[in-house]
Write a protein that binds this ligand. Structure first.
Ligand SMILES: Cc1cc2nc3c(=O)[nH]c(=O)nc-3n(C[C@H](O)[C@H](O)[C@H](O)COP(=O)(O)OP(=O)(O)OC[C@H]3O[C@@H](n4cnc5c(N)ncnc54)[C@H](O)[C@@H]3O)c2cc1C
Length: 328
């Protein structure tokens, strides 16, 4: 079997994957990549299974200013370095979507959408999270035709145009500032009258003359003909309805965990975030979980990496115990 890196330009071609891995990591974002660095450096047979693109959400981030050791680094560069580091220690990577985990006691089977089955002693879940939809009329119809969930990916299409950003968290504010590089005007539409985003993100957004704030307001409809032409807004305090002419709508209203494939397998909360203890152990022996897919208060690259390191450490001890090689 051959293995290629499809995405980040970290070229490596390998043959002959092991029949049974020591650890398989589901997801190639910062949590999964960190776990892979630690496990493969500990000489464990390590595989990352990634369904889309190595790097996870970080590849959607143009600039990262809060990862220690880097004053300002492109998201793609940061995760490219992590991937290189993992590969250099011997991590294998395949592009597949995991659909199901079967617990066969000391061995686990990972069933993929392609029909392939990968076997392993320990599993580390690092499947992260994805965008939440707004649920406004027209959102699905205009997706890719004016509706976007990623400023870095689509901002450049809106040069000198007037656009809307929907949301009130860190991502909405940071993306609104980023989008002013391209757009003539950015209207931030927020359903409350205060922002929950970090103070520094708020300061940057408030200081930007291209950004206008529309408070206490929800988007009821995204409308247009071939592309977006306007959003229909409703003020939730006075009920007033109005139109705002925009050609793009960027939606940043939160995340949903990529954990549907784990339903009924590990313990999760109502929203689908995985329950772990301080050692990143899930409710299933030999299955660990790290990063944005976990129940946690702060979802960032650095916290995902921290979780990944802990999960790798716990997985290593579990595998050694199962193999009878644990150093006590
Ligand atoms: C626009 C944006 C800007 C951000 N800016 C910053 C910032 O400046 N600083 C910061 O610290 N954080 C930032 N974040 C947050 C940060 O990117 C996340 O906290 C971090 O990426 C979480 O890492 P993770 O590895 O847990 O998950 P993810 O990055 O979500 O990676 C999970 C990976 O798992 C894969 N996967 C999911 N399900 C499966 C499956 N069934 N089979 C195989 N693979 C699967 C996904 O394809 C994905 O690649 C930003 C996020 C966004 C969206």
């Amino acid at each position: 079997m051959e293995e290629f890196n499809l995405n980040l330009g970290v070229q490596k071609k390998e043959t002959a994957l092991p029949e049974v891995f020591d650890v398989i990591i589901i997801g190639g974002g910062p949590a999964g990549l960190t776990a892979a660095i630690y496990n493969s450096r500990a000489r464990m047979k390590t595989l990352i299974i990634e369904k889309q693109a190595m790097g996870g959400q970080v590849i959607l981030t143009s600039e990262v200013e809060d990862y220690p050791g880097f004053e300002n680094v492109a998201g793609i560069t940061l995760v490219q370095n992590m991937e290189k580091q993992a590969r250099n220690f011997g991590t294998h990577i395949v592009y597949e979507e995991v659909e199901k985990i079967m617990d066969k006691g000391e061995a686990k089977e990972l069933h993929c959408a392609s029909g392939k089955i990968y076997k392993t002693c320990a599993v580390i879940i690092a499947s992260g999270a994805g965008y939440r939809q707004l649920g406004a009329l027209g959102e699905i119809r205009f997706r890719g035709k004016g509706v976007s969930y990623c400023g870095t990916c689509d901002g450049a299409f809106f040069r000198n145009q007037e656009i809307a950003v929907v949301g009130g968290g860190d991502t909405a504010l940071e993306e609104a500032v980023f989008l002013t590089r391209f757009a003539k005007k950015v209207s931030v539409i927020h359903r409350r009258d205060t922002f929950r985003g970090a103070k520094i993100a708020q300061e940057k957004a408030f200081a930007n003359p291209k950004i206008e704030f529309i408070y206490d307001t929800v988007v009821e409809e995204i409308a247009g003909d071939r592309g977006v032409e306007k959003v229909k807004l409703k003020n939730i305090k006075n009920g007033k309805v109005s139109d705002l002419a925009v050609t793009g709508v960027f939606i940043f209203v939160g995340l949903i965990p990529n954990t549907i494939f784990l339903k009924g397998f590990v313990k999760m909360d109502e929203a689908g975030y995985v329950e772990v203890n301080a050692e990143m152990k899930t409710s299933v022996s030999g299955v660990f979980s790290c990063g944005d897919c976990n129940i946690k208060t702060f979802r960032q690259i650095v916290t995902a990496c921290g979780d990944g390191a802990v999960a790798a450490y716990s997985a290593q001890h579990y595998v050694d115990r199962v193999k009878g090689t644990e150093y006590i």
